[in-house]
Structure formats: C-alpha cells, structure tokens
Ligand binder design. Structure first.
Ligand SMILES: Nc1ncnc2c1ncn2[C@@H]1O[C@H](COP(=O)(O)OP(=O)(O)OP(=O)(O)O)[C@@H](O)[C@H]1O
Length: 302
C-alpha cells in the first residue's frame, strides 16, 4: 500500500538576518495523522508552520501541502486551517462574526461543533474578541480549528492560557473529532507529558534542525534514565551515549540514548541504581540540551 503524504518538506531553510530559523529541514507527514512539532523556544516551529500555511516562504527547499506549493496559492490554502498562538482579529469582531465567517473560509465547517465549542468553553458573545482573555482567545482558536474540519489543521500552542478543565475538554473534543472525521493535524506544544497520548508522530526541531522524526511509540523507546551514585551509574551504562546529565551532590541522573533492555534493568538492579524508560517529555528535553551534556559517561563524576 502506498502512503499518501499530506506534508512533504524537503531541504527547507529560512533565515531572518543572522538567525537561521530553519536549516535544511526535511520530513513527511502521512495523511490522517496527528503530528506533534516539538522543540525548545526558538527552535523554528512557528516559522515552519507559517511556511506550511503559505504565510511565509522558505529561502531554500520546497514544501508541498497535499501536493501543492502553499505560498500565495489560495485554492491550496482552502484545505488548511492555521491557528497561530497570537492570532489577530479585526477590532470590531464579536463571536457571532467568527461563527458567520467560518463557513466562508472552510467548506467543511461544522456549525454544530462551533456552537458546541463556544458553549462548552463558555465563550462570551458580548465583549469584542479583542477584549477576550488569553484563555478565551485560545478557546476561540480551538473553535475555529475544530469546526473548520480542514484537511490540514495546524495548531500553534493551542493551550496558552487555557485552564486544566478547558485543556482536557480540548483534548477530548480533538480526539472525538479526529476519530469521526480523520484529517491531518500538526500541533506544536511544550506540554508534552499532557499531550503525548494525542500524538501519533513527532518531529523535534532544535536550532532549526530536525533532531527526531519518528512515531511516538519509537520515541518513547528511544531513551532511558539511570540514577544513583556516579560510579555505580557509570558501571551500568558503560560507553553509551549520554543525552543529558543531572547532578545533585554525589548522585547523578543520566538520560541515555537507546532502549531499556532487560539486561540493563538487571545490571542496574545488581548495581543498586534506578533505571526507567524516559518519557517523551524527558527525551525531548534531553535532545534540546545536548550541547550541555558530555556525550559519554567519561567525566560524569566531575
Ligand atoms: N520575523 C522574524 N524576524 C526575525 N527573527 C525571527 C522572525 N521570526 C522568527 N524569528 C527567529 O527565528 C527563530 C525561530 O523562531 P520560531 O518562532 O519559529 O520558534 P518557535 O520554535 O516557534 O519558538 P517558541 O516555542 O518559543 O514559540 C527564533 O530565533 C526567532 O527569534
């Protein structure tokens, strides 16, 4: 069976003056996937999303969204809904205007979902949208993204300011909508522990480069942590690649690249050190701190 790709990004670079926001980024996202775009502040996530949404153009390389170049391509962009974290609305815009305009931009727009989201997130009809709180603005983005049913829906940190109840509501509605009407969703997030259950695929950027592109399942097997007295830890991990080092007094905790095998678990138990599989959050944090860690266990006692 051949895979249909919703997104094809090939050798994309984007510079802002001296800042290399994206450097030779290549990856694909199959259709009907929820893909997390992860990485530290300034890693290049919003820049890449803007290019995919046709709001910006790569200096080098190519992007294809459902087979077409998105830049200044209105027909191609009718399949895309991009919810920026700092989405602006006209000054005199009220909720009713969003509900009225949505179907004009998105042919699959669901009036029912829009109304449900407005009610369940308690979005007020009265003040103009520009007076909305941070959380209410995010809820409005969630409303547009979910109701659009756009074949490619891009959420840039959609949870900013949302309270815990509202975030859970967003996750529940997203999964419900995705199950009933599959589409491709690209979502940047820093709340990895909270959202990893929603994601199927992850792409991790660091300083504009792809440092991980895999299924979530593979990423969750990609590293483990070993904690205990430095000498004992060193014995257990040998010459393995260290992604991250934490020290507290004579104790050390290392994030190590590789799968946690039964043999390693036995060796750790015999040496009296703790081992556990790294969470996706731990793994991504470690990838973002690579330049702080010694790459081997040499020197961990320093
Ligand atoms: N219009 C611009 N002009 C100058 N520099 C820019 C511009 N847009 C982005 N940058 C720079 O490009 C880099 C990538 O920024 P980007 O917003 O894509 O990061 P991000 O991964 O979305 O970060 P965050 O997680 O903090 O939202 C940063 O160093 C940023 O300062």
């Amino acid at each position: 069976m051949t895979t249909t790709h919703a997104l094809r990004i090939d050798g994309v670079s984007r510079r802002f003056g001296r800042t290399e926001a994206l450097a030779d980024v290549s990856f694909t996202v199959p259709e009907h996937t929820i893909c997390g775009l992860l990485g530290r502040n300034g890693a290049g996530k919003t820049t890449l999303m803007s290019i995919l949404a046709g709001h910006d153009r790569a200096d080098r390389g190519s992007v294809q969204v459902f087979g077409a170049d998105p830049f200044e391509n209105a027909p191609a962009m009718s399949s895309v809904s991009f919810l920026r974290d700092n989405q602006r609305y006209p000054d005199d815009y009220y909720l009713k205007h969003v509900l009225r305009v949505g179907p004009l931009f998105h042919e699959n727009w669901s009036v029912e979902i829009a109304e449900e989201v407005a009610e369940r997130f308690r979005l007020p009809a009265k003040p103009p949208v520009k007076k909305y709180s941070r959380g209410q603005l995010s809820a409005l983005g969630v409303l547009i993204g979910l109701a659009s049913r756009a074949p490619l829906t891009i959420f840039d940190e959609p949870y900013l300011g949302l309270d815990a109840t509202a975030r859970q509501l967003f996750y529940d509605l997203l999964i419900r909508e995705y199950s009933a009407h599959p589409r491709t969703i690209l979502m940047s997030t820093h709340l990895i522990d909270e959202m990893d259950g929603l994601l199927e695929h992850v792409v991790v950027l660091d300083r504009g480069r792809v440092v991980r592109d895999s299924t979530v399942e593979d990423a969750q097997q990609a590293a483990f942590t070993v904690s205990g007295p430095a000498t004992a830890v060193e014995k257990v991990v040998g010459g393995a690649r260290v992604l991250r080092t934490h020290r507290a007094g004579g104790l050390v905790s290392l994030t190590i690249e590789g799968a946690l095998t039964p043999a390693l678990a036995d060796a750790a138990s015999a040496a009296g050190v703790q081992v556990q599989r790294a969470t996706l959050q731990d793994f991504v944090a470690a990838l973002g701190a690579l330049d702080e860690a010694p790459l081997t266990t040499e020197g961990i006692r320093a």
